[in-house]
Write a protein that binds this ligand. Structure first.
Ligand SMILES: Cc1ncc(COP(=O)(O)O)c(C=O)c1O
Length: 389
C-alpha cells in the first residue's frame, strides 16, 4: 500500500527531528515517530483548517467534544468506563509526567521507575528533585517482567508514586492482567499513587488487549492518573495534545491547582487532527498495525538468523525493538559503533538507564525497503566486528 512505501528522498525533505538530526548518509531508526503517511481524514481535517485560515483561539476543552470522544474510545477499545469530567486535555504526555510528579509528591519523596525506561521518566524525577527508586524489569526465560520482590524491598515510607509505562518503552512489554492486578494490589497496600503512561495503548501487536491499570477496579482507579494520547498511534506527536484521566474527583481537584495556562491542550490544529483520528482513523490504524507486525517479524527473523548472540524478545506492543548486544563484545558502545561504521542512528541504550548499557533500541516503523537497508547495514558492522574483534 502506498502510504507504507515511503521513499528515502521524500522522508529527507521532512523538517522533523527524526530525519534532520543526523547527516544525510545516516538512516534514522531512533526517535519514536513512524515514517508512514498519516491517515487521510487527519490530512483532510488539517487541510480544512489551512484552507479556511482557521487559526483563531480554539473553543474551551469541554466544547471540543474530545473528552467525550476519549470516553467512548476507551470504552470501546479497552472496556474502560470513565466520565468526561474526569478527563483533561494537556500539551503532551511528558508534560503530564512532570506535572503529575509536582502535584502528587514533594521534593525528596520517592518515585518508582522500572528501567530500562523511556528517558523522560528518569529526567522528570531528577529535574523535579524527587528521589529515584529504581526497580529494573527483570529478564526471565520468557522475557522482561516485574520484580515484585525487589519492589517490596525498595520502597520506604516516603515513596509516594509508582510511574508505570504500559505498554513499556523500550522493552515492548504489554503487561498482563495478572501482572497488573498484582501491581495494583501492591500500590494499594503501600499507599502509592500510580502515574500511568499508556501512550502506546493503541499499538498492541500481539493477540491480547491493552488493559488500563485504572480499569481494574475502583480502589486502584482512585489512586491512578492515566496519560494517553493519539499522537503515537496516529503519528502526530509534533501537533502536541494529550489526555490526563483522573480516577477520582480528589485527584482531579488536586491537579486543578496547576494553572490552566501552564497545562495547554488547546491547540486548533491538534484538536482537529485528534478528532479526525478518533472518529475516522480506525481503518488506517488497523492497516498500520498489520504493517508493524510484518516489520516486527522481519526484525525477529533477521536477528534469529544473523545475530544469534543478540538477546531480543519481540515486542508485544510498540514499534520498538530492544536489542541486547552485550554478547557481541563490540569495541565501543553499540550505538556509537553502528552510527560511525554502519551509518544507522539507533536509540542509545544508556539513555534508558544503567540497564541499557550495550543495548540499542531500533524503531522499525518504516518502509520494508528502508528497514531491510537498516538491518543490512547493522549486519555489516556486526560481521566485521566478528572478523576483527
Ligand atoms: C512511553 C512514552 N511516553 C511519552 C512519550 C512522548 O509523549 P509526548 O510526545 O506526548 O510527550 C513517548 C514517545 O515516544 C513514549 O514512548
Amino acid at each position: 500500500m502506498g502510504i507504507y512505501n515511503v521513499n528515502e528522498h521524500t522522508l529527507r525533505l521532512k523538517t522533523g527531528v527524526k530525519w534532520s538530526h543526523y547527516q544525510t548518509d545516516v538512516l534514522p531508526a531512533w526517535v519514536a515517530d513512524m515514517d508512514f503517511e498519516v491517515a487521510q481524514p487527519i490530512k483532510a481535517a488539517l487541510a480544512n483548517r489551512v484552507e479556511t485560515s482557521d487559526y483563531g483561539y480554539p473553543v474551551g476543552q469541554q466544547q471540543t467534544s474530545l473528552p467525550e470522544l476519549f470516553c467512548e474510545r476507551v470504552k470501546k477499545k479497552f472496556d474502560w468506563d470513565v466520565k468526561s469530567d474526569s478527563v483533561l486535555l494537556i500539551n503532551d504526555v511528558v508534560q503530564g509526567l512532570y506535572l503529575g510528579l509536582q502535584t502528587f509528591s514533594k521534593k525528596g519523596e520517592g518515585v518508582v521507575v522500572q528501567p530500562p525506561i523511556y528517558p523522560p521518566f528518569l529526567h522528570s524525577v531528577q529535574e523535579t528533585d524527587r528521589r529515584l527508586v529504581s526497580v529494573p524489569l527483570v529478564l526471565r526465560a520468557n522475557g522482561y517482567g516485574i520484580d515484585f520482590d525487589r519492589l517490596q524491598s525498595s520502597i520506604t515510607k516516603s515513596t509516594r508514586i509508582f510511574m508505570l509505562c504500559n505498554p513499556h518503552n523500550p522493552t515492548g512489554r504489554s503487561f498482563s492482567r495478572r501482572e497488573l492486578e498484582e501491581l495494583a494490589d501492591f500500590c494499594c497496600r503501600n499507599d502509592l499513587l500510580i502515574l500511568s503512561d499508556e501512550i502506546h495503548a493503541d499499538l498492541i501487536l500481539n493477540d491480547t488487549d491493552h488493559i488500563p491499570i485504572a480499569s481494574l477496579g475502583s480502589d486502584i482507579a482512585e489512586r491512578t492518573v492515566t496519560l494517553m494520547s493519539a499522537s503515537k498511534a496516529f503519528n502526530i506527536a509534533g501537533l502536541c495534545l494529550a489526555f490526563a484521566h483522573f480516577g477520582s474527583a480528589n485527584l482531579r481537584k488536586q491537579f486543578d491547582s496547576v494553572p490552566r495556562h501552564t497545562r495547554g491542550g488547546t491547540n486548533t490544529l491538534s484538536i482537529a487532527a485528534v478528532h479526525a483520528a478518533w472518529t475516522q482513523g480506525e481503518e488506517w490504524l488497523e492497516n498500520t498495525l498489520g504493517m508493524l507486525r510484518e516489520n516486527r517479524d522481519l526484525v525477529s527473523q533477521f536477528v534469529a538468523s544473523r545475530w544469534p548472540e543478540v538477546v531480543y524478545y519481540p515486542p508485544e506492543a510498540t514499534y520498538l525493538a530492544w536489542l541486547d548486544m552485550r554478547a557481541l563484545k563490540l569495541s565501543s558502545n553499540p550505538y556509537t559503533h553502528i552510527l560511525e561504521e554502519g551509518r544507522v542512528a539507533l536509540g542509545n541504550g544508556v539513555d534508558f538507564g544503567a540497564e541499557g548499557v550495550q543495548h540499542v533500541r531500533l524503531n522499525f516503523a518504516t518502509s520494508h525497503d528502508i528497514l531491510v537497508s537498516i538491518l543490512e547495514r547493522i549486519d555489516k558492522v556486526i560481521v566485521s566486528s566478528r572478523e576483527h574483534p
